[in-house]
Structures are given as C-alpha cells and as structure tokens.
Design a protein around this ligand. Structure first.
Ligand code: MRU
Length: 389
C-alpha cells in the first residue's frame, strides 16, 4: 500500500494533509473540532468523497474524546452528537459518503444500551465510546474496501478490455484524484490502477489535469510519480485525441473514475468533466468504469436529476496558484504565488461536479463486486446492498 497519507489519526488526535499546498509542500493541520473539520472540507484542504466523510466523523470523535460534550443525560448526548453531525453535513453537498457516514453514526449512538444509566455520566460516556469506535471503524474499513475495489476492478477490466498491448496489458485514463489522498489509503479508481500496476497488468496510465481545480495535475500526477507508475498527464481537452490514436501505450482500454454519488438507477455524480469523458469513451469504444465504495451509493435518490451539484467560487477559474519557477527552470517550493489567468470581471459558472447518465457507464465497481447493466439497460444494486434496498 502507498506511503502517502491524507489522514493521520490516533485516538484524540487527527491530522489532515493540506492538499492546497500539494505537490510543493507537505503540511499536516491538526483538526480537533467540528468547526476545524468543516473549514478543512469547505476550503478543500481535504477533498474526495471518502476522505471528507472520514475527517468529519473522526474530528467529531476527537472533540468528544477531549470532553466537548457536557450533556448530563443520554438523550441530550444524542442531541449533541446529532447537532454537530448536522452541522458537518452542510460542508459540501454533493458527495453522499458524508451523509451515509452520519446516518450510520447517529444509528450507532442510538443503539447503545443505556438502561439504568440514562441520567448519569456513565450513560453519556457509553454513547461517546460507541461513537468514537464507529468513527474509527469507518476510517479503518475504507482501506480494506479500496483494496477489494482494486481487485474486482482490475479483474473485470482484464476480462472485458476492448484492447490490450501485445503483452496483454491495458492502458487507462483517469480523471480527478481518487487515490490515497482522497481516501484512507490505496484509493478507488486510482486503486484499480495501482492494483493493475502491482500485478504487472498496467501498460500505461493517463491522468487529466482536471480543470479548474487541477486535482489531476496537482494530486494524481503526484501520486503516480510517487508510486513510479508509468504515466502521462494530459489536459482535459486532449482526451478525444488520445482515444482516437489507438497506438501503443496510447491505445486506451478504459476510463476509470471515482464517484461522489451513484444513485439508484446508476446515474453518477463525479468531478466536472467526467460526463464529457463518458461521451467520448462511448464514441471511441472505450470502456467506462465507475469505482465506488457502497458508501458512495445513494439508494434514496432515483435518478441523477435529484443530485444537488455544488457550485464554487469564480476565482477557481480566473486565478491559479503554484510554486515559482526560476529563470533556470527550477521550481522554488518556498515561493508560491497566485496569478490571474482571466479578466477578473468575467462572469463565471463553476459547477464542481457533473452527472454521467447510467447508459454511458459499463460497470460500477464496489467492494462487494462489480455491477453491470441488466438486459433492460439499467443497474440493479439490490443484490450487493440488500440491507439498504
Ligand atoms: O471536489 P473533489 O476534489 O472533492 O472531487 C473529488 C471527486 O470528484 C472524486 O472523483 C470522488 O470524490 C471520488 S474520491 C475516491
């Protein structure tokens, strides 16, 4: 597994890698309260659907551990936990992992047997203990989940790849960042690429820049280089030209992306630009794979039309930050600058995500197996998630 870690945790202490400073600087912020977690998530110092949920869950666990809950009764403790989680839920609206984690944590708190100690500190402490254990479990299980997604996804792709290199390997394209930085480790879509690579089945990985926020060039490129995975960076607008080439390592078998929310019919919200890649992939006969832990699946929403898409500030399009490159061509990581890349008066539309219709998706890879469309052309998640159906 990768040594890169977005989240460092031990009971009572949570540290989060500031992804705004990557790839130039590795700085961990200590996150000890719900307010600090909210700010970290909103400002995208931590981002990626699973990582957002983990940081929110653990940050509240840390403040509970540090005695933030003064409620004298079990009922009031539950109300306190509910109010902190409801607040955290407002940080970013599109990724469903946070909502699913919150539902699970609230249910856990309510499931604690406090009979006979409803009005005592020991009733409160039992609920707090159960909460912290459940939050730690979300963090721990995420890596296990990703390793399984890697296994299932790489196996499915090798069996279904429309094209392979002469030595039987596949080349793929990924979008945004879905790796160790977006999860507790290994990653989802990037996890499949890691698994393909470690088993010797990866020919080449391409990653898009992922405008406007550049998760691809700042984060995925960093992870790929760090892991020594054969890889190439392209701008988002180069994908069609790449799919058309069909030559050597540029013979792309699949686009593999993550998900912020997969709804009941399979429509998938993911980083802006995913939908365009899916349309291009269909035209060029390239497989389109969504890697999504079951925590990213929302069975309460019927179709993509019901997904709230976050819109972000204009400056993400009109300005860019980076480390200064000297006249000698060397990057000076101690000097970062923000520069304008457009007229600051231009009107801007900046949706952070788009929705890819299920009809453009070939497979949804979860930790419980790969879901493909049935004869009626729709996805059915019932057999992998009977408990939530
Ligand atoms: O805005 P971001 O960087 O949080 O968006 C991230 C994505 O869209 C990822 O593809 C998704 O969250 C899955 S991360 C495993």
């Amino acid at each position: 597994m990768s040594g890169l870690q977005a989240i460092r945790y031990s009971r009572g202490k949570l540290e989060v890698l500031d992804q705004l400073k990557l790839p130039h600087e590795h700085h961990y912020d200590e996150v000890s309260t719900s307010e600090e977690a909210f700010d970290s998530i909103k400002s995208m110092r931590v981002r990626g659907a699973p990582a957002i949920a983990i940081v929110a869950a653990l940050a509240h666990g840390v403040e509970l551990h540090n005695g933030s809950c003064k409620a004298p009764t079990a009922d009031e403790t539950i109300s306190y936990i509910d109010s902190r989680l409801d607040y955290l839920k407002q940080s970013r609206p599109t990724a469903v992992d946070l909502t699913n984690a919150i539902t699970h944590l609230k249910t856990t708190a309510r499931g604690v047997d406090v009979s006979g100690k409803e009005n005592s500190a020991s009733g409160r402490d039992a609920i707090i203990d159960a909460y912290i254990t459940a939050a730690e479990e979300i963090f721990r299980k995420d890596t296990e989940t990703n390793l399984l997604i890697g296994e299932h996804g790489s196996k499915w792709l090798l069996q279904n790849a429309p094209t392979k290199s002469t030595d039987g390997k596949v080349s793929v394209l990924t979008h945004c960042n879905t790796g160790s930085l977006a999860t507790s480790g290994h990653g989802t879509a990037l996890g499949i690429i890691r698994s393909l690579h470690s088993a010797g089945h990866l020919n080449h990985a391409f990653c898009t820049e992922t405008r406007p926020y550049n998760q691809g060039s700042r984060l995925t490129a960093f992870e790929l280089v760090y892991e020594k995975i054969p890889s190439t960076l392209i701008t988002d607008s180069m994908a069609g030209a790449l799919f058309a080439l069909k030559k050597a390592e540029k013979n792309i078998a699949a686009v593999i992306v993550g998900a912020d929310r997969v709804v009941r019919n399979g429509d998938t919200a993911n980083k802006i630009g995913t939908y365009s890649l899916a349309v291009l992939a269909k035209y060029h006969g390239v497989k389109f794979i969504v890697a999504a832990p079951t925590t990213s699946i929302d069975l309460h929403t019927e179709t993509g039309a019901g997904i709230k898409i976050e819109e972000r500030k204009a400056e993400e399009l009109t300005q860019i930050s980076g480390a200064v490159v000297g006249k000698d061509g060397k990057v000076d990581v101690s000097r970062t600058e923000c520069v304008a890349t457009a007229h600051q008066g231009i009107d801007v539309w900046n949706p952070a995500f788009d929705v890819t219709p299920a009809e453009l998706i070939d497979a949804v890879v979860t930790e419980r197996g790969v879901v493909v469309k049935g004869n009626d052309g729709s996805f059915d998640f019932k057999h992998i998630m009977p408990e939530r159906w």
